[in-house]
Ligand binder design. Structure first.
Ligand code: KMH
Ligand code: ZN
Length: 276
């Protein structure tokens, strides 16, 4: 589905980076609320959310999600929240599902197992179906996280089986060591396959990891896709220069979009585009 409106998602925290490695990473509810507020002011309409416990460790505990969500909602009442169900590598299925009882508008749905750096990120077919069923039950829109071509094929299979409904919303996550890299030809290939599999009945965005963030965002802006940026995916503003904040990464996407005459979607427009 092509649109002139550009949805910007900001992945403000993630599960892989620690505050020790990157002091500007928002990890407390207050820091996450401030980061979300700045990202939305800069042009983001969706916050992809991982949370931490009071030691700063990745957590899927309901109480930790609730604290973060309450703080974010107080700071930016209208923002679209997209909970991570991936969590940190090794988290149990049960824990990954737990925060969905807070009924966010969106949640991530990881479309397959893979090596994730040196670790195994496990998403068995039965896990994926369980996540999809829970999201459907709670009226949560799944964002299909696709790291590799086989995961796109599996998404099409789940549509055939009526486990997922059209239009699907796909996020290509490119550049994770263990998945497809963020080379342009990979994104072009994935988009081509997505058209074969879903005709025009899908929305897509791209999250380029590390040095792929900027080129992937630029390509999406120029080809009708949507963009995810944020410190979860990339902590550099440019080679050798760390990002100051999530908002700084969003601001650059907005600048490029403006230059390319692509309008940045408001929160209300994003809801309308994605049928939330
Ligand atoms: N932290 C990664 C293992 C998601 O949010 O659903 C998985 C991840 C994807 O970040
Ligand atoms: Zn994530």
């Amino acid at each position: 589905m092509s649109t002139d409106q550009l949805i910007i998602t900001c992945a403000i925290t993630g599960a892989e980076i620690s505050k020790k490695d990157f002091p500007a990473l928002p990890v407390t509810p207050a820091e996450q609320a401030q980061a979300a507020k700045e990202a939305v002011a800069a042009g983001a309409s969706i916050i992809h959310l991982h949370v931490r416990d009071d030691q700063g460790k990745p957590s899927q505990a309901l109480a930790d999600f609730k604290n973060a969500v309450d703080a974010i909602k107080a700071a930016v009442p209208d923002v679209i929240m997209q909970f991570s169900t991936g969590g940190a590598v090794g988290e149990s299925l049960q824990n990954r599902l737990a925060p969905l009882s807070l009924q966010p508008e969106m949640a991530s749905l990881n479309m397959g197992s893979m090596n994730f750096g040196e670790e195994l990120f496990q998403n068995l077919p039965s896990d994926i179906r369980a996540f999809a069923a829970e999201m459907q039950k709670q009226s949560i829109l799944p964002e299909l996280e696709v790291y590799d071509a086989g995961m796109l094929e599996y998404a099409a299979k789940l549509v055939q089986q009526n486990v997922l409904q059209l239009p699907v919303h796909i996020q290509f996550v490119l550049g994770v060591p263990g998945g497809m890299s963020g080379e342009l030809k990979n994104l072009v290939f994935l988009l081509d396959r997505a058209h074969d599999l879903f005709a025009a009945d899908f929305h897509w965005g791209v999250a380029g990891i590390g040095r792929y963030q900027l080129p992937m965002a630029t390509h999406a802006i120029n080809s009708g896709g949507h963009v995810r940026v944020g410190l979860e995916d990339n902590i550099y503003f440019r080679k050798g220069e760390k990002a100051k904040s999530n908002a700084q990464l969003v601001e650059r996407v907005v600048q490029i979009a403006n230059e390319c005459e692509r309008k940045v979607a408001t929160v209300a427009q994003t809801r309308q585009l994605l049928g939330l």
